[in-house]
Design a protein around this ligand. Structure first.
Ligand code: FCB
Length: 508
């Protein structure tokens, strides 16, 4: 057996660290390395002056409301499940909350100035549902709408396309008290909210995402219970919540299309963890591809929740649940009423993929996928997540093959242990190296014909990382939480150079 892949040295440090390290992306010639060089598999020979990415590729960063906004009780905002959950003792690392977070609600202008300096062409944010509708339904909080309207205006004035997510986990508490995502009323409520937002912003916002990471959301909220509202439900109940979440997505797509002032580009942001071939053998590649979309029963348990992909994608993009998953779930499969699959399966313009990594798989003697443990000492981010850039090649490629839509990378990034150095700067070489490797893998997918809309780095700012509080720094911009002072990290300067080089006329 060939040794499992690892991400050993592919590029020199200088290539990634120098500002001209931006050329890492046009550094398209494979290194004359050994036969199984990772770099050789990540790149293919093209002109060194050609950008691997399409014209109008969006370069941006992503965030979410509860993780950055703060102003938890200001200007008429209602409470979300996170406002309640974070205040419960023992739920969040160090007892932190998102009450103030990055204070983006008051500092967005400063943050947009940083984005402009970096040359970002897109910014993904989410709207807090209870900021718009304090009770989730009923009366609209005009001050909430006004905030997002000002934000959109300021982004456009800076030449940055707003990418608006309707739901990134902060369910209105009032709706949770009416059983929230277990209620068949939720799709209607979410659709009504989507209509209000579309009417208010779609004259200026063209890119929309309905729901962020339904898999992680249901997993954290209702399976493991480590995220708000912190429930551990029986399998039949959490699968019902998943089905209702899909219905809510469908109703939101209908509502945006019906209320938009101009043609809308609508997607759905799914976290995708592809299986990755442990070696380059055709058998391992085929096994990994198959395993990426297969649904064994253990994928629906707390332990392997994060590996399931097809359940969260097939209904939305193909209009059906994977047969293997329905069979595996048996009586715990959700009840599907007449018309449900049609509502869920709305035409979409792109597939939003949040890709952080994948799992190693090889073919057994019969060609069936078999998990392979990561070798000792495998590279890890500060969060302990494996660094597997191949996910950013296999993921988009296999997603496009199966669902035939353009791919928009709506999240990718890593946490690292960043601090302010004696020179007053924040040096984060690991984020630069991580991002360069993943972008090279994405470039490979692009060269092989996968249509790509853009890449949004998670995250613009260090922020509130859910149950981890402020311990996981994912930002391109450092936030000193006591003062909320911002300092662009080295990676922000590097990313700016990548964007400049890749979108410059000479590279087109
Ligand atoms: C994703 C979430 C995002 C953030 C990153 C690190 O799963 O969508 O809010 O927590 O992970």
């Amino acid at each position: 057996m060939t040794r499992p892949r690892n991400i050993s040295r592919d590029f020199t440090r200088r290539e990634f660290l120098s500002v001209s390290g931006a050329s890492a992306l046009s550094l398209a010639n494979p290194r004359p390395a050994d036969a199984v060089s990772h770099a050789a598999r990540q790149t293919s020979p093209v002109s060194p002056t050609a950008s691997p990415f399409p014209k109008n590729f969006l370069w941006g960063a992503a965030t979410s409301a509860y993780q950055i906004e703060g102003a938890a009780h200001e200007d008429g905002k209602g409470p979300s499940v996170w406002d309640e959950f974070a205040h419960k003792p023992g739920k969040i690392h160090d007892g932190e909350t998102g009450d103030v977070a990055c204070d983006f609600y008051h500092r967005y202008a400063e943050d947009i100035a940083h984005m402009r300096d970096m040359g970002l062409t897109a910014f993904r944010f989410s709207l807090s549902w209870p900021r718009v509708l304090p009770d989730g339904i009923g009366s609209v909080n005009q001050k909430g709408i006004d905030f997002y309207s000002r934000l959109v205006d300021a982004l456009l004035a800076a030449g940055i396309a707003p990418v608006a997510t309707l739901f990134h986990w902060d369910t209105p508490l009032a709706l949770h008290r009416r059983v929230g995502w277990l209620s068949r009323d939720m799709p209607q409520w979410f659709g009504d909210y989507a209509a209000i937002v579309a009417r208010a912003l779609s004259d200026r916002v063209t890119h929309w995402l309905t729901i962020n990471e339904p898999r992680s959301f249901i997993g954290g909220a209702y399976v493991t219970g480590v995220q708000a509202p912190g429930e551990k439900l029986a399998r039949a109940a959490y699968m019902r919540a998943a089905h209702i979440t899909f219905l809510a997505h469908g109703r939101a797509v209908q509502a945006i299309r019906a209320n938009a002032h101009q043609p809308a580009q609508i997607g759905y942001a799914c976290d995708v963890s592809p299986s990755l071939p442990a070696t380059d053998s055709a058998a391992d590649i085929a096994a990994a591809r198959e395993s990426t979309f297969s649904s064994p029963l253990d994928h629906f348990s707390g332990a392997h929740w994060w590996r399931e992909n097809a359940w969260w994608l097939d209904p939305i993009f193909l209009g059906r649940y994977p047969a293997s998953a329905l069979a595996a779930l048996g009586k715990d499969a959700p009840e599907i009423l007449a018309g449900d699959m049609e509502t869920i399966h709305q035409p979409l313009d792109f597939l939003g993929a949040n890709i952080y990594g994948g799992w190693l798989v090889r073919a057994d003697a019969d060609g069936r996928p078999q998990p392979v443990p990561f070798p000792a000492g495998f590279p890890l981010t500060a969060f302990g997540w494996q660094v597997t850039p191949d996910a950013m090649y296999r993921g988009p490629k296999w997603l496009h093959e199966r669902y035939h839509l353009p791919i928009f990378i709506t999240e990718n990034g890593c946490s690292s242990r960043d601090w302010i150095s004696l020179d007053g700067k924040v040096h984060d070489p690991q984020r630069i190296d991580f991002t360069a490797r993943y972008l090279l893998a994405l470039a490979r997918a692009s060269r092989e014909g996968v249509p790509l809309l853009g890449y949004l780095h998670w995250s613009l700012l260090d922020n509130f990382e859910w149950q981890e509080g402020y311990t996981q720094r994912f930002g391109l911009i450092f936030v000193d939480f006591p003062s909320r002072r911002r300092i662009p990290k080295d990676s922000a300067l590097w990313y700016a150079a990548v964007i400049k080089k890749s979108s410059g006329a000479s590279l087109m």
